[in-house]
Design a protein around this ligand. Structure first.
Ligand SMILES: [Zn+2]
Length: 249
């Protein structure tokens, strides 16, 4: 893996935490890589990322990993709100509107090499490889519904719920019954909290709840993005929870 170091962004500051725990994947939503790099390197924009990967698979370093690049913005995961301090940000040269509207093979190959390197270097669990839309579900869509998470699952550098765990669904459902979790929404909020999503705004807001379901589906059930807690979605989220719990044991 080769890094191209010829561009620098000055939009960064000191990390407020020393441990790097997450990797956040973005897309640029700009016309091409040159424009994205000049955007990220323009101090007035006050945005940056540690890396950007071009359609050809070139990996540019814009901010040194030890610094806090400004890519996450207002965000939350696992109760943490300063994700910039605890993450590495990777931008992908991609926009639905322009010619760079595919996650090319070369780009994905470089991304997988880069993720493998980062996960190993900072001992990051693959469940902490997230999309911007996971940590800012009401504001952000990237990396979006076409991002091939499966490609990363197959290389074990992103987390995928394990369907084998559906054998425990009965036990889980009984537990919900016993403790009077009598609405789907209540159950989802509990499970989402465990997974890491910030659910504080959705408890009394069905519009935002729907947005959160869409964010979840955009990452984990790309064949079923409808904002509805249908049977498929409900079961999938439970299996997701079970996979995490059983992995922790
Ligand atoms: Zn983003």
């Amino acid at each position: 893996m080769k890094f191209i170091n010829k561009f620098k962004s000055f939009s960064f500051d000191k990390r407020k935490k020393s441990k790097i725990n997450y990797v956040i994947i973005h897309y640029t939503a700009l016309e091409n890589c040159e424009k994205a790099i000049s955007h990220l390197c323009n101090e007035n924009n006050k945005v940056s990322s540690h890396f950007i990967i071009s359609q050809k698979g070139q990996i540019y370093t814009l901010v040194n990993e030890k610094y806090r690049a400004w890519h996450a913005g207002v965000s939350s995961w696992n109760g943490e709100s300063d994700l910039n301090s605890s993450s590495i940000g990777i931008e992908l040269d991609y926009s639905l509107k322009y010619k760079n509207n595919k996650f090319s093979k070369n780009m994905m190959r470089s991304l997988s090499l880069l993720l493998t390197y980062i996960l190993k270097k900072y001992k990051i669990n693959n469940r902490n490889v997230l999309g911007h839309s996971d940590i800012a579900p009401f504001r952000k869509k990237d990396p979006g519904e076409y991002f091939p998470w499966k490609f990363l699952y197959n290389k074990n550098i992103a987390f995928c719920p394990d369907k084998k765990n559906k054998i425990y669904l009965k036990i889980l459902n009984k537990w919900f019954e016993k403790y009077h979790f009598n609405s789907k929404k209540k159950i989802i909020i509990l499970l989402f909290n465990f997974i890491g999503y910030d659910t504080s705004l959705v408890v009394h807001n069905n519009y935002l709840f729907k947005k959160l379901i869409i964010a979840y589906q955009t990452h984990f059930i790309q064949s079923n993005i409808n904002g509805i807690v249908d049977d498929k979605t409900f079961t999938y989220i439970k299996i997701h929870f079970l996979t995490l719990v059983l992995k922790k044991l």
